[in-house]
Design a binder for this molecule. Structure first.
Ligand code: MG
Length: 297
């Protein structure tokens, strides 16, 4: 998963670790991506720099406040620019091919997963080929998801017929993709909606053809003995503006009906909807949500 740039960043971190041992000396460093040079003036470390064991215990936990034994989280190298994939992301589309995706066959091929028929163009791919929806070959549960999309440049159709697609976590729970720039439809069906349930908190639509971002945090539902014991939650930023704040999901997306849950696996493929409109996608990556206090590697 590491690119040359990440290897460079790793090397830089390793080098930085050496600098940390040079106490009291000013060391000038320069990263390869040419941010400003930094200066370090490091004092000798003391035991307090590592934390404390004479502090109260955190309620219900095995850690003191500022516990030096508490595991440090893994290092993740951030993307070089806003929206770029961090080092531990699963990149689902990097501008080149749809190898991470598949389509369900139809007719004689109905039990098969086939290579996608959606066209890949210069750095993006496009739905609307009426060949069916796209599914990731890998399955995901709780996740952070970054997607960039653009409505069709030719403005045609009304309401749900204009620039309709959708991002279905687990293939079941939709965040609506649609041209919602001067396109009135029912509120719980416009872009950013948890379709049929919750409108977005704001309409942050860019004009047709302009690239837009969704940053989604999805918590998968939990089931026990055939019943939902924890519903799904969606947190969504649209072009940097929050439109759902850990909003509870009523159930799997449906049309003209009340959503409800049916038990399913803990992880399932992510789906992009083919709603017969030529919506563009690019720069898609996903990270499983981390857990606190995992052992250090
Ligand atoms: Mg849709």
């Amino acid at each position: 998963m590491f690119t040359a740039r990440h290897r460079t960043a790793r090397s830089f971190l390793a080098a930085a670790a050496v600098y940390l041992t040079v106490s009291g000396v000013v060391v000038l460093t320069q990263q390869t991506s040419s941010p400003p040079a930094t200066a370090q003036r490091l004092a000798p470390r003391t035991p307090a720099d590592d934390g404390f064991t004479d502090t109260p215990m955190l309620p219900g936990m095995r850690w003191h406040v500022h516990d030096p034994a508490r595991p440090h989280p893994p290092v993740v190298i951030p993307g070089a620019t806003a929206g770029a994939a961090p080092s531990d992301a699963v990149v689902l589309f990097d501008g080149r091919d749809l190898s991470k995706w598949a389509q369900h066959g139809t007719g004689a091929d109905s039990n098969k997963l086939l290579d996608p028929k959606w066209p890949v163009r210069a750095g993006y791919f496009e739905t609307g080929a009426q060949t069916g929806s796209l599914y990731t070959r890998e399955s995901f549960g709780d996740m952070q998801l970054h997607v960039e999309w653009a409505s069709p440049t030719v403005i045609e159709g009304n309401s749900q017929g204009r620039g309709n697609s959708g991002i279905f976590a687990m293939g079941l729970y939709e965040i609506q993709v649609m041209d919602s720039y001067n396109n009135k439809t029912y509120a719980d069906g416009q872009a950013g909606a948890i379709y049929g349930q919750w409108p977005p908190l704001a309409n942050v639509a860019r004009k047709p053809g302009e690239w837009q971002t969704y940053d989604i945090v999805f918590e998968a539902p939990r089931f026990e003995n055939g019943k939902v014991v924890k519903p799904a939650f969606q947190t969504v930023f649209w072009n940097g503006v929050i439109i759902h704040n850990r909003q509870e999901v009523m159930g799997a997306t449906v049309y003209r009906d009340v959503a409800k849950y049916s038990p399913h696996a803990a992880e399932l493929p992510l789906m992009l909807q083919d709603h017969r409109n030529p919506v563009r996608y690019r720069n898609i990556w996903v990270r499983p949500l981390g857990k606190y206090d995992q052992p250090e590697k």
